[in-house]
Ligand binder design. Structure first.
Ligand code: SF4
Length: 288
């Protein structure tokens, strides 16, 4: 994958797909201003993509439960773990939920709504570069560290200093999946109550603990669990390798929750709740 330079940003129209962990690193809404000043034409949150894949997770789990399958499904938004399972546990690839990550889902959505724009995913994860290469619709991936360098190089102010730039996200504003980058964020936003009990779900983070679980799968199941909600980084994506890293994980977590709560309280009236109907023709399932 090519690296994105400031001069490339000036040549084409770009849509920025911003990972929800941004709120733990950057101030909102200043970051929207900074991205637009840097040259992004559209800036979207991944939260609508996360909401759409939650629907597909629910459907797949429901189909499996209705068929009385004996199977422990493994969440698949973390490309590091997907690749680890492919290499070390190929027998468990069939347990990965065959659905795009929020990045993949949002990329498909943006292909529909901004077909001529080039896409840049910005987030905390280095392995997303590999995932982007696989799915083929994301043109560039930047980590938050790389974004920070680009903002500094272009002398973009930290705070909003001009009124000519729009300081809200474009089009697909949505709130509750803002907690996706926190460990357990996927299952916490899945609305599974009529399908699964809490005891059917295991939330795990950190490779060492995950290996212990994967080593102990038997006939496609881990104990009586129906679903493993797992992420490679301790604490979740808010502790990814591409974070800038000046805050503790607990501080980052608090910032995400505060951002979610503020959006719920003050931004409901933005009126862009992300309706399923507008993407009903997009297939969010994928193969591993
Ligand atoms: S948990 Fe870590 S490795 Fe996995 S997607 Fe998030 S940042 Fe990337």
């Amino acid at each position: 994958m090519n690296s994105l330079t400031s001069s490339t940003l000036k040549k084409y129209r770009f849509v920025c797909l911003l990972a929800p962990s941004f709120a733990s690193e950057f101030d909102y809404p200043d970051i929207i201003y900074r991205l637009r000043k840097l040259g992004f034409d559209q800036v979207v949150e991944l939260t609508f993509g996360a909401k759409m894949i939650n629907h597909v997770y629910y459907e797949i789990l429901k189909e499996s439960i209705d068929k009385k399958e004996e199977k422990t499904w493994i969440a698949s938004p973390c490309p590091t773990l997907v690749n680890f399972i492919r290499v070390k546990y190929p027998n468990l690839v069939k347990n990965l939920v065959p659905v795009h990550s929020p990045m993949g889902a949002m990329s498909l959505i943006c292909k529909k709504f901004y077909p001529k724009h080039k896409q840049v995913f910005i987030g905390p994860c280095i392995t997303k570069k590999l995932e982007a290469g696989e799915i083929g619709t994301v043109d560039y991936v930047l980590t938050f560290k790389e974004l920070e360098e680009m903002l500094e190089e272009n002398k973009i102010p930290l705070k909003i200093t001009e009124s000519k730039y729009c300081i809200t996200f474009d089009k697909f504003y949505n709130d509750y999946t803002k907690i996706y980058p926190i460990s357990g964020g996927l299952s916490d936003t899945l609305h599974y109550d009529d399908l699964l009990k809490d005891k059917d779900i295991l939330v795990l983070e950190g490779l060492n603990d995950i290996i212990k679980v994967l080593d102990n799968f038997k006939d496609g199941c881990y104990k009586n669990y129906k679903f493993l909600d797992i992420l490679n980084c301790k604490g979740g994506c808010i502790n990814g390798p591409g974070m800038i890293g000046e805050r503790s994980v607990s501080e980052r977590r608090k910032r995400i929750l505060k951002y979610r709560d503020n959006a719920r309280r003050y931004e409901k009236d933005l009126g862009r709740a992300g309706k399923k109907i507008i993407v009903k023709d997009i297939d969010f399932r994928r193969k591993f």
